[in-house]
Every structure is written in structure tokens, then in C-alpha cells.
Design a protein around this ligand. Structure first.
Ligand SMILES: *Cc1c(COP(=O)(O)O)cnc(C)c1O
Length: 407
């Protein structure tokens, strides 16, 4: 049972300095290095300890509801008339998305390190809610930094966090959005590092975070790889996942890395289209996206000629980020994974199609992955198999969709 929840034997990456090829690393102020070293040591210690795995596995089964199922999308597949589409149902995990996998893993690690004060930052509030949930369960103190612009835009999630016992700390500096919240959380961590654990929400940030978040999410792919073989009698021809920071995608991809017949496809937010420059397609628009440093790690970053970080746009808050996890930049460079994008409009269409054909309302983020499956399936033979990671449920997006489609 143990290795089911954290799979690390498929790659030796990152290297000892936290690099995935030429991406990743640690680009942080000197003052944070000891905290990262301490975290790295504690994590290495934890994953060598069977009792840590057992405790996490127990929570994943009895609290999150793992394993989440794989569902065959029969009506959708028939309608498209090509590949058979299967969905990994992270929307059925407690709180309705994959983020809880990581929040529980890091929460247990914090507890083990004797740090009872947890800080996190959030943009749309999804990571804040996931963290607040796990901290309520584990009995840890939770403080979430959030820009005042985002607080205004995301009232229901602010209320959820408070209900779950977290303190939401308004950030009024800069553009008062996610990147300012990240800066404030970093500042807090430097000041209170003795007592405080910084819980990062995606496969981003300085080493060891991208590795650690990947490992905690790798349960998605480990489960799905077994389930799809049982259901479809074969490995998938392709795995498709949306890519914001990249945690649900890397969690799905990892188990399939050595399966040469399985293509790995990440889908970024194409927003209003590449020409509009209003998107978050870090791998698609190489005029404005190039290797650079953001939030402690080296990866692709959307930036202007002076290196100023660009504003991004996506209909889905979870994909709306100017950089991307460093392991994705590496997988792309190695040509082990391929990246494409779906526009707001394509995601909205997929959102409605899945609702009507399968009775599943997907998150707008996940709808980007579905949009790619909808494009691809008709071009593939009927005995081929597509596995889509349905990273979350769409209830949180109803207001957005009503706003666009009208009632
Ligand atoms: C946050 C979120 C994402 C994007 O984050 P990743 O780290 O790229 O997985 C995708 N889907 C859902 C449902 C989310 O809440």
C-alpha cells in the first residue's frame, strides 16, 4: 500500500541542486536558504519513513476518498466517433479538486517538523481553501495571504477559508493580486521561519517544492495507470492534463514517463487567443515567453522586453499564472511531453459538452484538457484510448459561466 501514495522511482530528477535539466533551482534571498535546506532534509527523512507513508495513505483513503475512480465517457466518445475517452476523477476528491493531495502531504510534513503555524498564498482562493481544509483536519494554525483585488473577486472562497478557521491576510502592495501575496508570504516565512511552514500550492517555487508537490500529486497517475489498464485493457495512447503551475499534470504524467507508447500532453490557457496577447500560454507564445526567474525558480516566464512580468488572462483562475513548473519546461525540452493550448471559448464549449453528455460539470481548468481531447479524439482510431485528468469540479465556476453565457 505504502508506495501507492508517493512514487519516486521513475526518475532521478531533480539533481542535488534542484535542477530539472536547465530549469528549477533556488533563486531566493540568502536568508531563505537555511529554511529550504531544513525542509529538504525533513522531506527526505519523511519519505524514508514508512510511518509517514502510512499516515498519508490513511488520510487519503478515509478523508480525501482515494482512490478516485476512472470513468469511461461513453456518450462523449460515441459522439466524437474516434478514440475512447476516460476521465480520472479528481473532481470527486474531497473539496472537489486535486489540491487536497498536496495540502495533506505538506501538512503532515509540517506537523512532523514541529511547525504548527502554516502560511500560504492564494489568488483565486482554491489553494487557500485546500490548505485551510487540511489544516482544520490536522489542527494546525493557518494564515493565507491574498491580494485585496482577489479578495473582492473571490468572496465565496474567502468566506470558506474563514469558516474553516483560517485567517485571511489582505495584501495591499503592488497590483494587490497573487504575485504580491507570494511576496508577502515569503517575507513572513523569512521572519518566522522557526515556527512557520510555507505551504506552496503548485509544482513551482524554489527546490525542493517542485519535487515535493509532484511527489504528493503522483498518486493521481499511479492510480490511473492501474485503473485504465483494468478498464481499457491497455495503457492510454495519450494522457491529457491542463497546466497552470503544473501540479495536476505532473502528478498524472509521472507514472507514465517510461511508457513510450503514451504521449503526454499538457494544455495551457489560450485565453482570447495567442494574437490577443491575453492568455497564459507560456509554451505557445515564445515572442513574450522565455526562460527567466519567477518566485524562486527558473522556467518559462511571460515577460516584456525589459523583463517585466506580463499580465496574463484566462477564464479559469487556476491557469492564470505567468510562469510554469520547471519540470514541465524540462519535459518539453526533452520532447517527452508536448504542450498545446485551448482558448476560453474552447474551454467553455468543452465545459458544456461534458455536462450534457456525461452528467459531469468540470472545472474550467479541466475543461481546457477536455477541449484538447475533443479536438484529438475524432482523428484517432476507435480502438485508441485517451486519458484525461479531470482536475476538479465546476461548481466553483458557475458564476463565471453564467456571466459569459447568460442565464
Ligand atoms: C488550481 C487548479 C488547477 C491548476 O493548478 P495546477 O497546479 O496546474 O494543477 C487546475 N485545475 C483545478 C481544478 C485547480 O483548482
Amino acid at each position: 500500500m505504502t508506495e501507492l501514495y508517493i512514487r519516486r522511482d521513475l526518475t532521478d530528477l531533480p539533481d542535488a541542486r534542484g535542477y530539472f535539466g536547465e530549469f528549477g533551482g533556488r533563486f531566493v534571498p540568502e536568508t531563505i536558504i537555511p529554511a529550504l535546506d531544513e525542509l529538504e532534509g525533513a522531506y527526505a527523512d519523511a519519505i524514508a519513513d514508512p510511518s509517514f507513508h502510512d499516515e498519508l495513505a490513511h488520510l487519503q483513503r478515509s478523508y480525501t476518498g482515494r482512490p478516485t475512480p476512472v470513468s469511461y465517457a461513453r456518450r462523449l466518445s460515441e459522439r466524437l466517433g474516434g478514440a475512447q475517452i476516460y476521465l480520472k476523477r479528481e473532481d470527486l476528491a474531497h473539496t472537489g479538486a486535486h489540491k487536497i493531495n498536496n495540502a495533506l502531504g505538506q501538512g503532515l510534513l509540517a506537523k512532523r517538523m514541529g511547525k504548527r503555524r502554516i502560511i500560504a498564498e492564494t489568488g483565486a482562493g482554491q489553494h487557500g481553501v485546500g490548505t485551510a481544509t487540511a489544516m482544520a483536519l490536522l489542527g494546525l494554525e493557518c494564515h493565507v495571504y491574498m491580494g485585496t483585488v482577489d479578495i473582492k473577486r473571490q468572496q465565496p472562497n474567502v468566506f470558506r477559508m474563514k469558516l474553516l478557521g483560517a485567517e485571511v491576510i489582505p495584501v495591499t502592495s503592488g497590483s494587490r493580486t497573487l504575485k504580491d501575496a507570494i511576496n508577502e508570504a515569503m517575507r513572513d516565512w523569512v521572519t518566522n521561519v522557526e515556527t512557520t511552514f510555507y505551504l506552496l500550492g503548485s509544482a513551482l517555487g524554489p527546490h525542493p517544492y517542485p519535487m515535493m508537490v509532484r511527489d504528493f500529486q503522483s498518486v493521481i497517475g499511479v492510480e490511473a495507470r492501474e485503473q485504465i489498464q483494468e478498464m481499457a485493457g491497455q495503457l492510454p495512447d495519450a494522457c491529457i492534463a491542463c497546466v497552470g503551475g503544473g501540479s495536476n499534470a505532473i502528478g498524472m504524467f509521472h507514472a507514465f514517463r517510461d511508457d513510450e507508447g503514451t504521449e503526454l500532453i499538457g494544455v495551457e490557457a489560450g485565453g482570447h487567443g495567442i494574437e490577443s496577447r491575453e492568455h497564459a500560454a507560456r509554451f505557445a507564445d515564445l515572442d513574450i515567453s522565455r526562460p527567466g526567474i519567477l518566485h524562486g525558480t527558473r522556467s518559462y516566464v511571460m515577460q516584456d522586453d525589459d523583463g517585466q512580468i506580463m499580465e496574463t488572462h484566462s477564464i479559469s483562475a487556476g491557469l492564470d499564472y505567468p510562469s510554469v513548473g520547471p519540470e514541465h519546461a524540462h519535459l518539453r525540452q526533452m520532447e517527452r511531453a508536448f504542450y498545446t493550448m485551448a482558448t476560453d471559448e474552447e474551454a467553455l464549449e468543452a465545459f458544456q459538452v461534458l455536462s450534457k453528455t456525461e452528467g459531469i460539470i468540470p472545472a474550467l481548468e479541466s475543461s481546457h484538457a477536455l477541449a484538447e481531447a475533443i479536438k484529438r479524439a475524432p482523428t484517432m482510431p476507435r480502438d485508441s484510448v485517451l486519458l484525461v485528468n479531470l482536475s476538479g469540479r465546476g461548481d466553483k465556476d458557475l458564476d463565471t459561466v453564467i456571466g459569459v453565457l447568460g442565464s
